[in-house]
Design a protein around this ligand. Structure first.
Ligand SMILES: [Fe+2]
Length: 433
């Protein structure tokens, strides 16, 4: 068995180990996953205070294009203005409280409420009220315009923050842009866009993707295409990552003479011959890196900003509180975990796939957004395996006998998420601006 060798290069995403914060070994209380009181605290002190992803810039390419996105009980409307700048607004008409837009996306010259035709411009300013003279108190735009929400862009995403006094997005993201800019995420195009309602707390989903301890139990097939043991974990101020070697297999499987079927398919897909690696299976990961580097023009990609490990591995980033990114040289599997409006036992899982668009090539058309409940649609084998498991985790969280999460070292991204969460709950970030 050849141990995983990691790059020490200076190009690409930094690979240095982070300094580990002291986090202790306490049980993580289960009531954080099931309590309505804790859910309320999360909203007041965390969800309404953090930067969140609203949409992709490519979803609103033209002036007047808008999308709506829900977080908790709020609906946020993101619209591209006459000045080409995307703006997030509370999606509420200040006449009688109606949603200004009910649909998930569209294009509008002005934002007109369907109820009584109150009309706002693309910055949210109230510009027309039918029969305005009949309001004895008047209709002052400074009082009645759609309330603006702090908005910034990074990585091809439009971000918003419900806290008007929040820190700039770059401060919130910390090391993330330096780490992920080499991937040129803005050049990736969305190819799948599905929202599934899951019967678990949003944190149970975040947890499931922040550790590989469950791979051997839930995803036995992955043991033949990834190394779930030699995984580098880095914890930053609020966010974290792990670097998972792909194009190899789990050391739990012992030594393999034959190239496993899953790996063979991955080699075929890029024009390599699996038969060349019979008896040399541990050499595949490095060979893939060398092959891709030498054949980038043929493969249609530009790898110059990435280190060799990035050509084979999954650089897996968690951006607090709810973004999971499996980033690869040519693609990204992206999850956004959103809480249910009122029920801590439910959540919305937004799964989006992205594909790199080669320089000079046209973006493919946006996929239709699909919304469904658990079990109504397959998300592919691996995500189906996770989604079958999670409702059972949530049920166990309610058991009288269960005290909380008993976390091993390799699962410490979960502990780190809870540290950040409790920092928000305890007011550590309250005076950011
Ligand atoms: Fe999983």
């Amino acid at each position: 068995m050849v141990a995983i060798v990691r790059v020490k290069e200076s190009i690409g995403t930094p690979v240095e180990k982070s300094v580990e914060p002291a986090m202790g070994n306490d049980i993580i209380p289960h009531d954080r996953y099931i309590s309505k009181d804790f859910m309320k605290l999360e909203w007041e002190r965390m969800w309404s205070k953090v930067w969140l992803i609203g949409c992709r810039e490519e979803e609103i390419p033209e002036v007047g294009d808008y999308i709506t996105t829900e977080i908790g009980e709020e609906s946020v409307l993101i619209v591209r203005g006459e000045d080409n700048v995307p703006r997030a607004l509370y999606n509420v008409c200040n006449h009688r409280g109606n949603r200004v837009k009910f649909d998930s996306c569209g294009n509008a010259r002005t934002l007109q409420c369907a109820y009584h035709f109150w009309e706002y411009d693309l910055t949210g300013k109230l510009v027309f009220v039918p029969d305005e003279e009949d309001f004895q108190q008047g209709c002052p735009p400074e009082k009645l315009s759609m309330k603006p929400i702090r908005t910034e862009t990074w990585g091809g995403f439009v971000w918003f923050n419900l806290n008007p006094d929040c820190e700039p997005l770059s401060e919130f993201l910390g090391v993330i842009p330096e780490h992920l800019d080499p991937y040129r995420l803005g050049n990736m195009a969305m190819t799948m866009d599905v929202t599934v309602e899951w019967d678990c707390n949003w944190k149970a989903s975040v947890d499931a993707f922040n550790e590989v301890y469950h791979v051997q139990g839930i995803h036995p097939e992955l043991c033949y295409t990834i190394d779930d043991v030699d995984v580098q974990i880095d914890l930053y101020e609020r966010h974290n990552r792990y670097l998972v070697p792909f194009k190899t297999h789990s050391p739990r499987m012992g030594e393999l003479e034959e190239v496993p079927e899953g790996l063979a398919q991955e080699l075929h897909a890029i024009g390599m011959n699996p038969d060349d690696f019979r008896g040399r299976v541990p050499e595949i990961r490095r060979a893939v890196q060398v092959y891709k580097r030498a054949n980038e023009a043929k493969l249609g990609y530009d790898y110059t900003r990435l280190n060799d490990d990035q050509l084979s591995d999954d650089y897996h980033y968690y951006i607090f509180p709810n973004i999971t990114m499996n980033v690869h040289a040519e693609s990204m599997l992206f999850f956004r975990q959103r809480p249910h409006e009122t029920d801590p036992d439910k959540m919305y899982f937004d799964v989006r796939m992205f594909q790199m668009v080669a320089d000079g090539k046209q973006r493919p058309p946006l996929p239709d957004h699909e919304q469904c409940k658990h079990g109504e649609r397959s998300l592919g084998l691996v995500l189906d395996q996770d989604s079958v498991n999670l409702p059972h985790v949530q049920k166990g969280m309610h058991s009288e006998s269960f005290q909380g999460l008993w976390i091993r070292d390799q699962e410490r991204r979960i502990r780190h998420m809870h540290k950040t969460l409790m920092d928000y709950i305890n007011g550590h970030y309250a005076n950011d601006a």
